[in-house]
Ligand binder design. Structure first.
Ligand SMILES: [Fe+2]
Ligand SMILES: [Fe+2]
Length: 157
């Protein structure tokens, strides 16, 4: 995300756009896991590389939110402030879960049972991450007055 004044309309649009892109990436990984044919070692390696890419992407996304004024912007009312704090605190937990999963996938050659377990954990994690992002979007839409759909259409022009 390039540098723009936090709180400006341009900034709000770039934040909303970044959330839409991340949402799509999460959905793609989820769909891949749900549609996989069978448990195999190449599949397991693919999962490890997908989780590695997602992990790097998510870590960057979280860092941008934490230093880029996103949570300060969310915390505009007293009620939202508490929610914004909770959402920011979730970053550490989500990142730990992702790092643990990645470590399991990248350590040695896991058998089918390990892979299945990792897949279940991945699916569960992605659902929690989607919920985290959806909650951010909801509060963000309230505080910025920006409709996410409108941003998506504007960016396609
Ligand atoms: Fe977040
Ligand atoms: Fe986010």
């Amino acid at each position: 995300m390039r540098e723009v004044e936090p709180g400006s309309r341009e900034w709000a649009q770039s934040v909303a756009q970044e959330h839409l892109l991340l949402e799509r990436e999460i959905a793609t990984v989820r769909q891949w896991w749900q549609e996989r044919d069978e448990l195999s070692l190449p599949g397991c390696r693919e999962m490890a590389s997908r989780v590695r890419r997602l992990r790097d992407r998510v870590v960057e996304h979280f860092a941008e939110e934490q230093i880029g004024g996103f949570f300060r912007h969310l915390a505009m009312s007293e009620q939202q402030s508490r929610r914004a704090c909770q959402l920011e605190a979730q970053h550490a937990t989500l990142r730990r879960r992702l790092d643990d999963l990645l470590q399991r996938l990248e350590s040695g050659a896991p058998d089918a049972a390990t892979w299945r377990g990792a897949g279940d954990e991945l699916d569960e994690f992605l659902a929690v991450l989607q919920e985290h992002e959806a909650n951010e979007n909801r509060i963000f839409a309230q505080s910025s007055g920006l409709e996410l759909q409108a941003v998506e259409e504007a960016s396609d022009e």
